[in-house]
Design a protein around this ligand. Structure first.
Ligand code: HEC
Length: 412
């Protein structure tokens, strides 16, 4: 059945939507609490014994918030926890990873010009790397819990540089940057799941039992949530990077990814300083601009080209290439699409293959079959504004070819 392509699009859209929504909820609440914590007035001796307070106005009401160190004297009723924002973001993000990169590994995860991996090998590397990330990070944090925290962050940056290099040498550029984002986001979510919430639970249990909670739990949780604060913006950048072939599909993609982590620090430092009423360190914007220009400059270095060999088709591509109507489709695509979708496009104003989709050789066309079907067979998304005057009969030929090839596939 070919209907799976359409069904797949719907499932992917639903999960992507969910993922963006949960991420907004998580990032929103975590930025809110970081800003609140930094901005608390701690110089007002509060009758309740709280450490600090702040008044806020929002949505038609005034809020009076007080923070207790380490905890209030007794357990309050109806305590609200913030954890599902994080868990749901990780779970939906992992679902996206499976949907796009594991099930679409031929197209998106494995690039034989980078490393000629079997799909199962690539998936195993992906899973193992995420687990490794948490183990390495958690060990470093535990060993250096009482050390200089800036030195610890430099060490963690070293781990990220190593991973950026590693990922770009085993996966396609697109998957590499996405994985670096997933690696970092897994650490952030695990911080909530494995450290911050469990420590909070110990404190709550102490309160219920009438014991004075140990302040070390709060201190550890604070260390982890500070890391999360600096890692948030780079993760969002890396998740969006797959829309920008110049970022992910060029020679220095790993270096670009490293610079992005530095921008995460320079941008957050400005906001954190402001929220803590420690002035406006405007130099951070200059630093951010320089880093961003460096990223833009590095992205103009040579694109990694896909191989033009006609021999390198995997079994899925071979099925499309051997289906009835393929020769006609090659002619149509070469006539209507490859002026833009070429290693060196001939269309005015297009300087690199859009979205890194190259449609010049039969092998490349077979490899992109489902996307060609979606963009030009089922829908009229391509060519943009039908600039190359595609005929309805040509779209029908693409659809017929794809559906015939898919009908011969083991169904889903
Ligand atoms: C005038 C230049 C031009 C022509 C001709 C053209 N494309 Fe595109 N194509 C683009 C651009 C630009 C994008 C990126 C759109 C975006 O950024 O969302 C793109 C994106 C794509 C994508 C990736 C979509 C995605 O979001 O994953 C596919 C697949 C694609 N085109 C297929 C085709 C096919 C098939 C044809 C011929 C029937 C075609 N294109 C003709 C310019 C062109």
């Amino acid at each position: 059945m070919y209907d799976w392509v359409v069904l797949w699009e719907a499932v992917e859209l639903a999960v992507r939507w969910l993922h963006v929504i949960t991420a907004i909820a998580w990032i929103g609440s975590s930025f809110y609490f970081v800003a609140l914590d930094l901005g608390l007035h701690r110089d007002r001796a509060l009758a309740t014994g709280a450490d600090g307070e702040e008044w806020q106005v929002h949505g038609g009401g005034f809020y009076h918030i007080q923070k207790y160190l380490v905890a209030p004297a007794s357990m309050p009723d109806g305590l609200v926890w913030f954890k599902w924002e994080s868990y749901a973001t990780w779970l939906s993000g992992f679902a996206m990873l499976v949907l796009v990169y594991y099930l679409g590994a031929d197209l998106y995860l494995v690039d034989p010009t980078v490393a000629d991996l079997a799909v199962w090998q690539a998936v195993a590397i992906s899973l193992a790397s995420l687990a490794f990330g948490w183990l390495a990070y958690n060990t470093l944090c535990r060993v250096f819990v009482n050390a200089n925290q800036t030195a610890l962050m430099v060490a963690l940056f070293g781990v990220l540089v190593g991973m950026a290099w590693f990922y770009t040498h085993v996966f396609s550029g697109r998957a590499a940057l996405l994985h670096l984002g997933a690696f970092t986001a897994t650490i952030m979510s695990a911080n909530v799941f494995m450290v911050i919430i469990p420590n909070q639970k110990i404190v709550v249990a102490d309160l219920i039992a009438g014991r004075a909670p140990d302040p070390k739990y709060g201190k550890i949780a604070k260390q982890r949530s500070t890391h999360n604060n600096y890692l948030t913006l780079p993760v969002v950048f890396l998740m969006l990077s797959n829309h920008y072939p110049l970022i992910f599909a060029t020679q220095y993609n790993w270096l670009i990814a490293c610079l992005v982590f530095l921008m995460g620090v320079t941008i957050r430092h400005w906001f954190n300083s402001r929220h803590a009423r420690k002035g406006s360190p405007t130099w951070t914007w200059a630093a951010t601009a320089i880093l961003f220009l460096l990223v833009a400059w590095l992205s103009t270095t040579a694109m990694r080209h896909r191989p033009e060999t006609d021999g390198a088709m995997n079994t899925t591509a071979l099925r499309y290439a051997s289906a009835t109507g393929f020769d006609d489709v090659v002619g149509i695509v070469q006539g209507r699409c490859s002026m833009c979708h070429a290693a060196e496009p001939g269309w005015d104003g297009i300087h690199w293959p859009p979205k890194n989709v190259v449609l010049e050789t039969p092998a490349q066309i077979a490899a992109e079959a489902p996307r060609i079907y979606l963009q030009a067979g089922l829908s009229h998304a391509m060519p943009p504004a039908n600039v190359s005057f595609m005929e309805p009969a040509e779209r029908a030929a693409i659809a017929r070819w794809f559906e015939t090839a898919s009908a011969s596939a083991p169904g889903i």
